[in-house]
Design a binder for this molecule. Structure first.
Ligand code: GLU
Length: 287
């Protein structure tokens, strides 16, 4: 064979080899990601000795970032810690709780990408969500309400059902979906998290902020010129979420939940987080 021809074949061969290596690497990465996504969560947390929980950082009382310690704090965070201890006992494998910040809008995607094992993040168990993720038994019952400026003249969601009103909420929460049924004529302004939503309310970009009553009471404690009005107009049972088909993880969670309720841990946490919240009857939250 001529030299030039040989060289040509050599170049083509090395190009093909490079392409093969690149595709191989892409394929291997995809397989690894798929495996991580489909590995049984209960097996994974025991193998790694860690449960990676998604929790809120924008939601006082449930999950709020303590800027001094850089640790999230709240009822959901404490429930995650208590469940981790209890699930370690159940399995005999020491496990630690690790926290990743989620928002209403990112929590399901982070779960689907296997960035977290589960989330405890003020999430309502809804039939739509149950199609794509698994939930534990309900661990908390909330209801949707509205937060308005004191003496605003707004007494309930009905007062906002007109085209002059804008109701502020958060993307990814079911509150912004539910509210359309109760005030179909109002405009909705959906923002990225509860910090931004509260800032928009204070700036007068809307007349009310809507989400669950517990979250609104949390916002009201740091914004005394604002108040929760009109009671609740939905029921929001919160669940602990995992990717779909995580049957054993859900079973272990429900077992751990029953234990922390029976041994008084649950009610101690209800008292810790909700007994000093004005307007909230924390006794009704006890189990
Ligand atoms: N519980 C409602 C939900 O799951 C609202 C609270 C939130 O935004 O997390 O969408």
């Amino acid at each position: 064979m001529e030299k030039a021809k040989k060289r040509k074949i050599g170049i083509i061969a090395s190009v093909l080899l490079t392409i093969l290596i690149i595709f191989g690497a892409i394929f291997a990465t995809a397989v690894a990601a798929t495996n991580a996504r489909h590995e049984d969560t209960w097996k994974r947390v025991q193998r790694l000795g860690i449960i990676r929980w998604g929790v809120k950082a924008d939601t006082r009382l449930f999950g709020l970032m303590n800027t001094k310690t850089a640790e999230p704090e709240g009822f959901d965070v404490d429930i995650a810690k208590a469940l981790t201890i209890q699930m370690s006992r159940q399995s005999g494998v020491p496990m630690q709780a690790d926290f990743t910040v989620v928002t209403s809008n990112t929590r399901i995607q982070l779960l689907k990408n296997a960035n977290i094992d589960g989330f405890i993040a003020t999430a309502t168990i809804t039939p739509e969500r149950e199609k794509i993720i698994d939930f534990s038994d309900s661990y908390f019952r909330a209801g949707q309400s509205i937060l308005v400026r004191r003496n605003s003249g707004i007494h309930s969601i009905r007062d906002l059902n007109n085209s002059r009103s804008t109701i502020i909420g958060v993307v990814g929460s079911n509150s912004v979906i539910n509210v359309r049924k109760f005030a179909p004529k109002a405009h909705i302004l959906a923002l990225g998290d509860y910090g931004q939503a509260m800032a928009a309310l204070r700036a007068g970009q809307g007349q009310a902020l809507t989400t669950d009553n517990g979250i609104l009471y949390g916002l009201a404690t740091e914004n005394p010129n604002y108040t929760v009005v009109g009671g609740t107009f939905t029921t929001e049972p919160y669940g602990i979420a995992y990717d779909n088909s995580q049957t054993e993880m859900v079973k272990q969670t429900n077992r751990a939940l029953k234990t922390i309720i029976a041994n008084g841990t649950y009610n101690r946490l209800i008292r810790k987080w909700f007994s000093n919240v004005p307007g909230l009857n924390w006794r009704t939250l006890e189990k």
